[in-house]
Write a protein that binds this ligand. Structure first.
Ligand code: ADP
Ligand code: MG
Length: 427
């Protein structure tokens, strides 16, 4: 039977040029003849197809959601609806995050496919961090990004009706929210077939963590917060693999996990992945570079990130605080100090959330389903396990002793201290 022309089909290098040739603006951008366009599949993620299409005049990136999990194949079905939410997120934040996301040229609802700006010569930040490269702007850019994207989708910026419409829309992203709920907040803390860790080196550490009641209670509280504290529209997967960079430019990609949730969830994703990278560095050291200077740079980025976020969020609140939360009209000149301190208390609560969610993210990448190449690329299992054990020790401390972390300095002091204290264990 003939398929309707726009109906869902899995894209490939044969059928993609014809699709793009039908989009006038994209065709003009690519230039030359469609039969000469070069198509490459470059997806490295778990879920989707990603193509780069190059023509004589330019290039585009095409991302399509499959009706199953790419990494698993058709035996793990999953609705391609996630592409819709990725596009809805880009659309919602685009007016506020100026230049920090790729330009979207087209979204094809029936194909669950986005045609967007091809970022080049950008690379994935995680790759750059593993290689020990420095990006002068990325921490400030992403701090700024999270502040803008979350402030302008919160009750601080607009009448609540607008946020409720957003909540209703993104409530449809249940399949991906389910993944977060299971893979971030539940599976790592119990026996599950989807988990793995460096074994046998980490067996004892992991077993010990899974018996730590107070730690599990803390992680569960963050899991509950993720589901119930709908502060703003969050990206939902803002780790260093969802950021592409050049030395000057930073872009956020891959918001398919977008939903309303706690602002600290995005903050924690970025911070937690910086910290994972810090702990992985001994595994990437070479004879002429022990990576200790680079580790110091990473911790400076943690500070820059937090301070950029905090500064921008408070500035936006002062200038654009026209929402239903903390209505400006309620506070007069005489109450300015009370309002100020309420604002800074709120931002302090985001700091605490960032650390807690960051710790959950760290744990799940070491003893859950999806790991990070920062550790996976360390070939020697003993070295890798040592790095992972030190990262886990920090994450445990963050979750079980949050009062030790009142400021970013407290965190920056603790990271190397915990590494020094956590001696490699005997098997
Ligand atoms: P997934 O949802 O499957 O994880 P991503 O959106 O993370 O897919 O994209 C997978 C890979 O494709 C990225 O790691 C990056 O290398 C490449 N990529 C994604 N978007 C772009 C883009 N706009 N320009 C260039 N490369 C991109
Ligand atoms: Mg993805």
């Amino acid at each position: 039977m003939e398929r309707a022309p726009g109906a869902y089909r899995i894209l490939n290098s044969e059928n993609l040029p014809a699709l793009l040739a039908g989009m006038e603006d994209v065709r003009a951008l690519l230039g030359g003849r469609p039969e000469d366009w070069r198509v490459r599949e470059v997806g490295d993620g778990n879920l989707n197809l990603v193509f780069i299409v190059e023509g004589a005049g330019g290039s585009v990136c095409v991302k399509q959601a499959l009706p199953y999990v790419r990494a698993a194949g058709p035996s793990w079905p999953m609705s391609p609806q996630r592409a819709f939410f990725e596009n809805a997120y880009f659309t919602a934040v685009a007016p506020h995050v100026d230049g920090l996301i790729p330009r979207v040229y087209r979204y094809e609802p029936l194909l669950y496919c986005t045609v967007m700006e091809r970022l080049s010569p950008h690379i994935i930040l995680r790759q750059g961090l593993i290689a020990g490269r420095r990006y002068a702007n990325v921490a400030r850019d992403i701090g700024d990004y999270v502040a803008r994207a979350t402030f302008f989708t919160s009750d601080l910026a607009w009448p609540f009706e607008r946020k409720m419409d957003g909540i209703a829309l993104f409530a449809g992203n249940k399949a991906l929210i389910r993944i977060t709920v299971d893979l971030v907040f539940a599976d790592p803390y119990r026996q599950s077939e989807r988990n793995r860790h460096t074994s046998p080196q980490l067996d004892a550490v992991v077993a010990d963590l899974r018996r730590d009641g107070p730690l599990k209670a803390a992680a569960a509280r963050f899991g509950q917060k993720f589901l119930s504290d709908l502060q703003a529209l969050v990206h939902g997967d803002l780790h260093s693999g969802s950021i592409m960079v050049t030395e000057q430019d930073s872009r956020v990609i891959d918001p398919e996990f977008a939903c309303y949730g706690p602002i600290g969830f995005d903050l924690g994703a970025f911070l937690g992945n910086l910290l994972l990278n810090w702990y992985s560095q001994p595994g990437h050291a070479s004879a002429d570079d022990d990576r200790s200077a680079y580790q110091r740079w990473i911790l400076e980025q943690a500070r820059t990130f937090w301070e950029a976020f905090r500064g921008r969020f408070l500035a936006l609140w002062a200038e654009h605080g026209k929402g239903d939360a903390f209505p400006a009209a309620m506070f007069g000149a005489g109450d300015a100090a009370a309002l100020q301190s309420a604002r800074s208390e709120f931002v302090d609560s985001l700091f605490a959330d960032m650390l807690g969610f960051g710790a959950c993210k760290m744990i799940r990448r070491i003893q859950g389903f999806a790991h990070v190449i920062d550790f996976e690329q360390i070939r020697d299992a003993d070295t890798r396990a040592g790095c992972e054990a030190r990262a886990l020790a920090l994450a445990r401390l963050l979750l079980t002793h949050p009062r030790q972390f009142r400021s970013i300095d407290d965190l920056i002091d603790a990271v190397p201290r915990v590494a020094a204290e956590e001696r490699p264990r005997k098997r």
